[in-house]
Ligand binder design. Structure first.
Ligand code: PLP
Ligand code: COI
Length: 337
């Protein structure tokens, strides 16, 4: 296959097999098929193409030191996709079948699962309105599709701290909108802010709330955390995506490290005066933030090195994912090949 495991980035490497199942609007899903990865045929009048009736998920499979294969909290992805389906008037894909397909996709693409600590196999389940309809209304037919790609770090810095910029030019989501579901339509609007930030030397932007422009929401595709003393603070998920990594980190911080964990609005000043700040996500894992720019001023954290508490949390969550730390929560699904 000629994959250089040492130079993986977060980009698409097509694998052998994808999964496709279709349904009517009532959720009568077909058994589905495992097909060679490739292009699909779709109506130009499909709901997903015309009105953005689509959702996606992201989850990772890892190879442990002993050569075992793990999947991190897949049922959480199934549940989040089901919540998004309800919001976008799509049929839910059943949880047990979701898990079965994830495992089968890993097995059928096993040659693409990177070696221990060289990366992971990223699974991308999508739910789309693929039936044709001209008016703005739910499509008559739906497709659930899963493909996979070996991936490396989301940010080119890897585990080194990243630089972010608080944008006052753009918002990502509005109260009572779709910011808290993984709707495909939430992402295109973030491309221009990210492009501008990158051309100024930043990895991404941090979005503020759309109502007051005073509170941190999240990073382009990751949740935001700050640490002050022994307290871990993160914004609530009203218009922010309820990240699975976010939820896991909050639990670990409380149970394992005895931190006080608070979910509340994070004022810009709070974030700028924190001891440590980081972003979490399936793709981003835990990415330490070394610098934030706001209104042309730069704020540096922990001398631009990974903070001690951020590192502890990173080691713990990745330890669970790689079966090096006991998974007392039952978060890991073992995949037997
Ligand atoms: N926020 C956004 C907007 C995202 O796209 C993601 C990625 O999934 C996250 C946060 C982090 O969520 P998770 O930890 O479930 O991957
Ligand atoms: C993820 O972390 O899985 C994401 O979906 C982020 C992104 C690539 C949009």
């Amino acid at each position: 296959m000629g994959i250089n495991w040492d130079s993986l980035t977060f980009s698409l490497t097509p694998t052998d097999t994808m999964f496709i199942s279709t349904s009517d609007i009532d959720g009568n899903w077909s058994v589905g098929e495992y097909l060679p990865y490739g292009d699909i045929k779709i109506s130009p009048a499909a709901g997903v193409l015309n009105y953005g009736q689509g959702l996606f998920e992201g989850l990772k499979a890892y190879r442990t030191k002993e050569g075992k294969i793990t999947l991190f909290r897949p049922i959480e992805n199934a549940k989040r996709m089901a919540a998004g389906a309800r919001r976008l008037c799509m049929p839910e894909f059943p949880e047990e079948k979701f898990l079965e397909v994830m495992i089968e996709i890993i097995k059928r693409n096993i040659d693409y699962l990177p070696p221990y600590k060289k990366g992971s196999l990223y699974l991308r389940p999508c739910l789309w309105g693929t039936g044709a309809r001209l008016g703005v209304a739910p499509a008559p037919e739906y497709t659930f599709i899963v493909y996979a790609s070996p991936v490396g770090p989301y940010f080119k810095e890897g585990f080194k701290p990243i630089k972010l910029k608080i944008t006052t030019d753009f918002h990502r989501a509005a109260p009572r909108g779709t910011g808290n579901v993984k709707a495909i339509g939430n992402y295109a609007g973030g491309m221009l802010p990210a492009k501008k930030a990158k051309s100024d030397g930043f990895s991404e932007v941090i979005y503020l709330d759309a109502k007051k422009d005073l509170y941190i929401e999240e990073v382009g595709a990751a949740n935001f955390f700050c640490i002050k003393g022994d307290t871990l603070i993160t914004p609530p998920t009203d218009s922010v995506l309820p990240g699975i990594t976010r939820k896991s980190v909050m639990q670990i911080a409380k149970d394992v490290f005895g931190m006080e964990v608070i979910e509340r609005a994070v004022h810009i000043d709070d974030a700028l005066t924190a001891d440590e700040v980081f972003a979490t996500g399936t793709a981003a894992v835990i990415s330490s933030i070394g610098l934030i720019e706001y209104q042309e001023k730069e704020y540096i954290y922990n001398n631009f090195t990974v903070g001690p508490k951020t590192e502890q949390l990173y080691n713990y969550i990745t330890g669970i994912q790689l079966k090096e730390i006991e998974d007392k929560y039952g978060w890991i699904v073992d995949v037997d090949i």
